[in-house]
Design a protein around this ligand. Structure first.
Ligand code: RRO
Length: 310
């Protein structure tokens, strides 16, 4: 097959593909399945200081063009993922460590412990969980965003990344990018988390589809592809010193190609991975290689970030 290898922040990747945090990464056997899969990198479920059950079920529902979820940050607690990170084979593929503290102090405690453990995992701070009742997303509070980036930059010695919610206004792209660019340690930006607080309805029963938050939940899958591509490209253009990880609406090689063209260095798979399982990475690699072959590209670097405007 054509060469799909690439680099991310100087590290080699066999393919520009990985899971989206939250999918197939809550417990060790899922993480092991990702490690064995054709994904080029992988990320753990966003974690809190202590274990959480998450929201009541049903809390995920498949939709005709994607999914709605209000999982509510179910996770095993940060020490569980730190333990995994210390056993992970980094020669096989890089590991990202997703952190979603419920408070700034929790985030600082977790990054300090990750630092003390000397794991090569790359920290991604999730600033965009839409599903914890009573907790607003930091990504939509620009003052809080600046504070958390400043605090983590001083508490944590290594480069890190942030997982952002989708933005829908050019002024917001400008403002958020300007804040991110104040912090050199923010080495990568993952766009996008699910589109928060959507609602879908079953017309037979005239009810919502998921139990938490009166049926409101984050939307993923095909519905979000244009929003994801816009956010990837907006931050790729505005943050030239940072790498972009694309997430949203990916279920085919064409979608992966679009994210790469828009500026992503790695492309994540969420809803489609949930539906199809870890074999999806082998299929996406075949489909991406076929598109590259048809277009006469030998390497990802030949087109990555080279989206044309008219
Ligand atoms: O666990 C969740 O409900 C969840 C999280 Br932390 C997130 O970042 N994005 C999402 O769609 N669901």
């Amino acid at each position: 097959m054509l060469d799909l290898s690439t680099f991310f922040l100087g590290r080699p990747l066999a393919a520009p593909l990985m899971n989206a945090s939250g999918v197939w990464c809550n417990v060790t056997n899922q993480l092991n399945a990702l490690a064995k899969s054709e994904a080029g990198a992988m990320v753990t479920k966003s974690c809190t200081l202590v274990r959480r059950d998450g929201n009541p079920e049903p809390r995920y529902h498949t939709l005709s063009m994607g999914s709605i979820n209000s999982m509510g940050l179910p996770n095993e607690g940060h020490l569980y993922y730190l333990d995994y990170a210390q056993q992970h084979d980094y020669e096989n593929k890089p590991l990202f460590f997703s952190v979603a503290g419920l408070t700034l102090d929790d985030n600082l405690t977790m990054v300090a412990q990750i630092q003390d453990a000397y794991t090569p995992a790359m920290v991604e701070i999730n600033l965009s969980c839409p599903n914890v009742p009573g907790k607003a997303q930091i990504g939509y509070d620009f003052e809080a965003l600046d504070v958390i980036l400043a605090e983590i930059s001083s508490a944590y010695a290594r480069p890190f990344g942030v997982k952002l919610p989708p933005y829908f206004d050019i002024a917001h792209f400008d403002e958020v990018a300007e804040i991110l660019n104040r912090y050199d340690k923010v080495a990568f930006v993952t766009c996008i988390n699910s589109i928060g607080n959507g609602l879908m309805i079953d017309i037979n029963s005239e009810t919502v589809l998921i139990k938490p938050k009166q049926g409101f939940g984050g939307i993923g899958g095909e519905y979000v592809l244009p929003t994801a591509l816009a956010n990837v490209n907006a931050f790729y253009r505005r943050c030239p010193e940072k790498s972009i990880i694309g997430c949203g609406g990916v279920s085919t090689g064409e979608h992966v190609f679009m994210h790469l063209l828009a500026g992503a260095s790695i492309v994540q798979v969420g809803t489609a991975l949930y539906e199809e399982g870890v074999d999806i990475f082998a299929r996406l690699k075949i489909e991406l290689a076929r598109i590259m072959q048809q277009k006469g590209y030998q390497k990802i670097e030949e087109y990555q970030g080279k989206l044309k405007t008219i």
